[in-house]
Design a protein around this ligand. Structure first.
Ligand code: ZN
Length: 282
């Protein structure tokens, strides 16, 4: 028997499949009116190189995955003034997620996408609309218009990454891919530009097997925060452009253990990349 928390009598969580929880859209409460003498909401952003708040506020942002990476990326976006976030994830919250994802015990057994947006609402600083769809990107594209100015891809399945690379290229929008190494200590982030001749994720990582689902990697919250930080920077660059005097890059690697040097680079499109060829020929 299920209780209202999704826990059965012996404490093991059941999946709570409630169709009303598969799709949800929530509008956050606006902040109270500011006093003229108060510091403005974004006053501390003044002086951040290249920062253009309106580009973030207006962007329709789609997050693919509601796990350890996109939990904190979505939180960062909500806190920094994003007004339109759509989260896609067909999975359900389990106990191991609670150590590094933005879920609470009451979310156990519930859909990740809609649970995450409910937990994000109190972090909004703008009057924002957060939508959760408990399906993957392919299904979301098939069933909804899914307006998007950028995709943020925080999943560990290569087939899902490939679908996101295709969708972004077909729509002429940027996509930021973020991933952790198997030991959870090293983060890779790649910005796939919106241009047709920009490098795709497979130009950057030609050995990714699009057919394989990656094994469940180790993950701990500091690796997730590292990813969130580097990814949010790329999201800002994709939406706002680059600060004057900074040479653009689209690849960033950082290693918490310090065993490998951090890397910054600009990946060019590979002329023989099968994914670019396939995407362009469609
Ligand atoms: Zn490519």
């Amino acid at each position: 028997m299920k209780s209202s928390t999704g826990l059965s009598n012996n404490g093991f969580p059941n999946l709570i499949i409630n169709r009303e929880e598969m799709v949800e859209s929530i509008v956050s409460t606006p902040l109270p009116e500011a006093h003229p003498a108060e510091a403005s909401l974004y006053s501390r952003f003044t002086g951040i190189p290249g920062h253009r708040q309106e580009m973030l506020t207006q962007a329709r942002i789609v997050l693919v995955g509601a796990g350890g990476l996109n939990s904190w990326i979505a939180l960062g976006l909500a806190r920094s003034g994003a007004r339109s976030l759509t989260v896609l994830d067909p999975d359900y919250v389990d106990r191991s997620n609670l150590t590094r994802q933005l879920f609470f015990p009451a979310d156990l057994g519930r859909p990740k996408a809609t649970s995450l947006i409910r937990n994000l609402v109190q972090h909004a600083v703008e009057q924002a609309r957060f939508t959760g769809l408990s399906i993957n990107l392919e299904e979301a594209i098939r069933e909804y218009a899914l307006p998007a100015d950028i995709l943020i891809v925080g999943i560990d399945r290569n087939d899902g990454r490939l679908e996101a690379a295709r969708v972004a290229r077909q729509r002429g929008i940027p996509a930021v891919f973020t991933m952790l190494s198997l030991d959870g200590m090293r983060c890779h982030v790649f910005l796939q530009g919106p241009e047709k001749d920009a490098a795709c994720l497979w130009c950057a990582l030609p050995n990714l097997d699009p057919q394989s689902a990656s094994p469940c990697a180790a993950a701990i919250i500091h690796g997730c925060y590292l990813s969130a930080s580097l990814t949010l920077f790329f999201v800002h660059r994709a939406l706002m452009g680059w600060p004057a005097g900074v040479k653009p890059f689209n690849w960033r690697e950082a290693d918490l253990l310090g065993l490998h040097p951090d890397q910054i680079g600009f990946i060019q499109r590979c002329p023989s990349c099968p994914v670019c060829t396939e995407i362009t020929d469609r």
